[in-house]
Every structure is written in structure tokens, then in C-alpha cells.
Write a protein that binds this ligand. Structure first.
Ligand code: HEC
Ligand code: HEC
Ligand code: HEC
Ligand code: HEC
Length: 453
């Protein structure tokens, strides 16, 4: 998180409308096609140039950028380090982390053996085909004169340019889905807590592509705020689906603890932290609602008429999870898993809408002010929510700045100063002080509102 926090101020972002997909392509790890191996992309006349080419649609130094700068290239090597050895020992993985599917599924491109070509190597980590899809059907044809992106996609290239597909891809490893997951057992053995925001991470990964006019012509429009919004909606869905899934959602007598707020349990007993914010009484577990909180602000700005119903559905879930009895239902609480599934379906409808949503500067400002209002209503008392709020605000304000809607250089400088102060309050999650964070956040509202006039 520290790395993320120091890197995500006022980054450049681009804009667009990707055509919505009719059928959802399968993720690269579940593709029926063969993976040929990263080495096939690495030649200096393919993607292994030392510097970007001019006069080419793409940079052609993608491999060089990835292998030298991108942490995905080191994802497998991580499994050989002391931390991974310790995790593997605690989990009783006899052949080490580097041979365990529980680890390889995210730290490498790990398709079933039948889908691995001769030159496919797990030690390439998260290589080209882990994101762009197995290449055996398109590796030769994708450079042929006249080959279009649609041709490539038809042959198994994964459509990374589409916001929903990109979100599914990144979240499958960074949040977890039904193909891979970091459980509380794995975290208990020493795996870091996963913390992710799609737009921030997309900006943070060393860019091996350039969203320019040529990209827009081939791939459509790009809107970083929409990417953020879709990331939040999909992360919420992944969490609810995990909760409702009998395999992932349970661990012995308990639900899967990784789906709950870590600091609901992990804090000293002498520290009194309970707040009534979710309508959940003291001494109960609460879901990690960091993504749902962001989504609520998104729904308020994009669908004001549906906002109350959405908030009510979320509130109902929280209460059912905690076993609160709804007033008037004679001591019986609603089934939390059924509510989780219903909310997941509602969110899918929002995802379909968000795919087409244009976030005007006015709407971006409304989302920002909505988030600040949540601070006034003490909604960021959990670290994970505060962390998401910070990344959201940073991402939204950098988008506004790019569109000249943050009051020119002076407005941007003031925003940067205030964001830097906010960041300090997030530096140590074990020492997080919600009121300090909330007042820092409220201090932003003047900067944002001033620029509206
Ligand atoms: C659901 C995907 C997923 C699974 C499963 C998974 N990891 Fe990870 N792991 C990640 C991600 C994503 C990160 C990077 C977190 C970040 O920096 O935001 C990470 C980070 C790590 C780190 C810290 C790396 C660093 O650079 O500091 C170690 C060590 C690690 N994982 C080991 C393991 C081991 C061992 C296993 C198997 C027991 C495992 N992981 C399973 C996704 C996963
Ligand atoms: C972690 C996921 C990930 C990995 C790993 C990855 N890419 Fe990408 N790549 C993306 C995303 C996201 C985009 C931007 C969306 C798009 O253009 O489809 C992209 C875009 C590209 C583009 C298109 C640029 C354009 O203008 O159309 C090329 C070419 C490319 N990547 C090549 C590679 C090569 C070669 C490798 C391996 C050395 C690689 N990528 C590894 C995610 C990844
Ligand atoms: C196959 C699993 C997988 C996929 C898909 C994936 N990642 Fe990752 N990502 C990882 C792992 C594992 C790490 C940690 C590597 C390490 O610590 O060396 C990581 C690290 C990162 C980091 C570095 C984080 C840090 O702490 O510095 C960024 C940024 C990132 N990923 C962004 C993305 C984005 C954006 C996408 C989608 C375009 C994506 N990732 C897709 C597995 C994945
Ligand atoms: C419902 C309560 C609860 C929640 C929620 C919870 N944990 Fe835990 N956690 C525990 C318990 C109980 C243990 C075992 C403690 C022990 O062995 O002393 C534990 C152990 C751990 C450990 C190992 C500590 C050690 O002593 O070795 C880590 C790390 C950890 N949890 C991280 C997390 C993270 C990260 C989250 C959020 C994603 C989380 N926990 C959510 C209850 C919880």
C-alpha cells in the first residue's frame, strides 16, 4: 500500500467508449487455446525492442518494459523467496510455493498442462499470455498486413481494452474470483492483504502501451473514471459471490474471514472502535464494505432515482450478516446468502449500465463530493474503506485535473497538498485514526466546490 500511496497522485489518464460485449470471453487461464510462452514475443523486431518504435501502431518494446520494470515479470520469483517459503511451510505445501497451484494460479500463467506449449514457462510469472490470452491461434496472424484487433480477439486474444473485461482480468488475481482466491488461511500464513483499485493500479503498472489517437481508432474510447467505477462494482460482486459460494464462503464453523473487515477482529481489546454506522450492533463481525461504499457513491451520482433502493439493499445485507432481526419480522432475520446473491444481481445490472456511462466533469465532481459527504457521516471508520476513498479521490481528481476542471495549476497544487496530508493518515493501518482521516477529507470539499464556480 505504501508504494501505491506514494505513486498515485495526479497521474495522467485518457478517455472512451468501448463497445459492449455480447458474450463474455473466458479469462486467459481458462481458455481452450495453447499458450506459446513469453519468449515468443521477445524478439527485438517483435515486442523486445529497446526503445519504442516510431511508425508502428504499438510500441514494440513491451517485452523490454515488462521484463525490466513490471512486477508481473517477478511474480513467480516471489514464490522462491523467504516469505513464500515461510507461507508454504505454514500451510503445509510439501513441494513449496513454486509447485503449488494455490500460489501459481496468480503468480504465474498457469493453464492446465494440456494447454501449455513447449516453450511455455511457469517461471515467466505473469507473462504476456496471462493477460492477452493464449497465442497459438493468433501469434502468426496478428502481425499480418490488414489484421484487425477483432480478428485477433476472434482467435483467442483477450480483449484487455474493454473496461469490464479488463476489470475481470485484473480483479481475478488482485481481488480473487471463483478461479483463484487468497483466503484468510493464506493471509494467516503471511500473505499480504490484497488491496486494489483498478484505475490506480492500471496507472501504476509501467505502461507498455500508449492510449493515443491511433489506439482510440483501433480500440475505442477510454475513461479512467468509468474504469474505476466498474472496478468497484465488480470487486463488490466478487466479494458477494464468494460469500454466497458454499465452497469459498465457508471455513469450518466460520464464514471465510477474508471477506470481512480485518480490523473488526484485529485490534487491541482496550481500543473501543465500535460505531453504529452500518446499523450493526456491537460485538458483531462486519463485511469489508470498502467497495460497496464506493459503489454507493457511484450509484448516487449516476442513478439518483435508484440510490435509496440500492442503499437499502446494502443495509439489509449488513444487518442480515450480523443476524439483526428486521423490525416486524417476529424475531427471524432474512437469509444473508440470499440477500448477497440478490445484491450481486443488482450490481450486475449496474455494471451493464456503467459500461455505457459517460462520466462528465459535473458527474465526477458529484461523486467526489458524495465521497466527502460519506466522511461527514462517519462512513470511513474502517481502514479498507478509507484506503479506497483515498484512491478514488486521487483518481477522480487527477481526471478532473486533466480536463482542466480543477481550477488550473493553483487548484491542482492545493489538491495535491491536501491529498499528501490525507495519505499520511493512511500510512500505518494498525494505527489508523478515522477522525483524522475524515477531517482531512472534509478539508477537500472547499477545494473541489470552489472550482465548480
Ligand atoms: C488470488 C491471487 C493470489 C494467490 C492465490 C496468491 N497470491 Fe501472492 N500475491 C497476489 C498479489 C496480487 C500480490 C501483490 C499484492 C500487491 O502488491 O498489491 C501478491 C503478493 C505476494 C507476496 C508479496 C510479494 C512482494 O513483492 O512483496 C508474496 C510473498 C506472495 N504473494 C506469495 C504467495 C504464496 C506463497 C501463495 C500461495 C500460498 C500466493 N502468494 C497466492 C496474488 C495472489
Ligand atoms: C498484467 C496484464 C498484462 C501483461 C502481463 C501484459 N499486458 Fe500488454 N496490455 C495490457 C493492458 C491492460 C493493455 C491496454 C489495453 C489494450 O490495449 O488492450 C495492454 C496493451 C498491450 C498492447 C497494445 C498496445 C496498443 O496500442 O494496442 C500490446 C502490443 C501489448 N500489450 C503487448 C504485451 C506484451 C508483448 C506483453 C508481454 C511482454 C504484455 N503485453 C504483457 C495488459 C497486460
Ligand atoms: C495472473 C494474475 C494477475 C493478473 C491477471 C494481474 N495481476 Fe497484477 N500482480 C499479480 C501479482 C502476483 C503481483 C505481485 C508481483 C510481485 O510482488 O512481484 C502483481 C502486481 C501488480 C502491480 C504492482 C503492485 C505493487 O505493489 O507495486 C500492479 C500495479 C498490478 N499488478 C496491476 C495489475 C493490473 C492493472 C492488471 C490488469 C490489467 C493486473 N495487475 C493483472 C498478479 C496478476
Ligand atoms: C472474524 C475475525 C477475523 C477477521 C475478520 C480477520 N481475521 Fe485474521 N485472524 C483471526 C484469528 C482468530 C486469527 C488466529 C489468531 C491466532 O492464531 O492467534 C487470525 C490470524 C491472522 C493472521 C496471522 C497472525 C499470527 O499471529 O500469525 C494474519 C496475518 C491475519 N489474521 C490477517 C487478516 C487479514 C489481512 C484480514 C482481513 C482480510 C483478517 N485477518 C480478518 C480473526 C480474524
Amino acid at each position: 500500500m505504501k508504494r501505491i500511496l506514494s505513486a498515485c497522485l495526479m497521474l495522467a489518464c485518457g478517455l472512451v467508449l468501448a463497445a459492449s460485449s455480447s458474450t463474455s470471453p473466458v479469462l486467459p487461464n481458462a481458455s481452450p487455446h495453447q499458450s506459446v510462452g513469453t519468449v515468443n514475443c521477445a524478439s527485438s523486431t517483435c515486442h523486445g525492442a529497446v526503445a519504442p518504435w516510431t511508425g508502428s501502431n504499438v510500441q514494440q518494446n513491451e517485452y523490454t518494459t515488462w521484463s525490466r520494470l513490471d512486477k508481473h515479470a517477478k511474480a513467480y520469483a516471489v514464490l522462491l523467496n523467504a516469505q513464500s517459503r515461510s507461507i508454504a511451510a505454514k500451510l503445509g505445501l510439501k513441494n513449496g510455493a513454486e509447485n503449488a497451484p494455490e500460489c501459481l494460479d496468480c503468480h504465474a500463467h498457469n493453464p492446465p498442462p494440456a494447454q501449455r506449449g513447449e516453450r511455455h514457462m511457469l517461471s515467466d510469472g505473469v507473462g504476456c499470455e496471462a493477460c492477452h490470452g493464449p497465442a497459438d491461434k493468433w501469434i502468426r496472424s496478428h502481425t499480418a498486413p490488414g489484421a484487425t484487433h477483432a480478428d485477433n480477439v476472434a482467435k483467442g486474444m483477450y480483449p484487455t481494452e474493454k473496461p469490464v473485461e479488463q476489470a475481470k482480468l485484473c480483479l481475478s488475481c488482485h481481488v480473487g474470483d471463483n478461479s483463484r482466491f487468497v483466503s484468510h488461511r493464506i493471509m494467516g500464513a503471511g500473505h499480504p492483504r490484497l488491496s486494489f483499485e483498478l484505475d490506480t493500479f492500471a496507472q501504476l503498472a509501467p505502461a507498455h502501451y500508449k492510449i493515443d489517437d491511433d489506439w482510440h481508432k483501433r480500440k475505442g474510447d477510454y475513461d479512467s473514471v468509468r474504469l474505476w467505477a466498474i472496478g468497484q462494482a465488480l470487486a463488490s460482486r466478487n466479494q458477494l459471490d464468494a460469500l454466497a459460494d458454499p465452497k469459498r464462503g465457508r471455513d469450518g464453523l466460520f464464514p471465510e474471514l477474508a471477506l470481512f473487515d480485518c480490523h473488526a477482529c484485529h485490534h487491541p481489546m482496550s481500543e473501543r472502535k465500535w460505531t453504529p454506522r452500518l446499523g450493526v450492533g456491537p460485538g458483531r463481525m462486519r463485511l469489508n464494505d470498502s467497495n460497496l461504499l464506493m459503489l454507493r457513491a457511484i450509484v448516487r451520482a449516476t442513478d439518483p432515482a435508484g440510490a435509496n433502493a440500492f442503499s437499502a439493499q446494502v443495509a439489509q445485507l449488513h444487518q442480515a450478516v450480523a443476524g439483526n432481526t428486521a423490525s416486524g419480522t417476529a424475531g427471524r432475520s432474512a437469509d444473508p446468502l440470499a440477500l448477497a446473491s440478490a445484491l450481486s444481481a443488482t450490481i450486475q445490472r449496474y455494471i451493464d449500465k456503467l459500461e455505457q456511462q459517460r462520466f462528465t466533469p459535473l458527474m465526477q465532481r458529484a461523486v467526489l463530493l458524495g465521497l466527502i459527504d460519506e466522511a461527514r457521516r462517519q462512513q470511513f471508520s474502517d481502514y479498507a474503506g478509507a484506503e479506497q476513498a483515498y484512491m478514488a479521490i486521487s483518481s477522480l481528481s487527477s481526471s478532473l485535473a486533466k480536463q482542466g476542471a480543477l481550477g488550473g495549476a493553483a487548484g491542482v497544487a492545493e489538491m495535491n497538498r491536501k491529498l499528501a496530508a490525507l495519505r499520511v493518515s493512511l500510512a500505518n493501518e494498525d494505527a489508523f485514526k478515522p477522525d483524522v482521516f475524515a477531517s482531512g477529507l472534509q478539508g477537500l470539499s472547499r477545494t473541489i466546490s470552489l472550482q465548480a464556480n
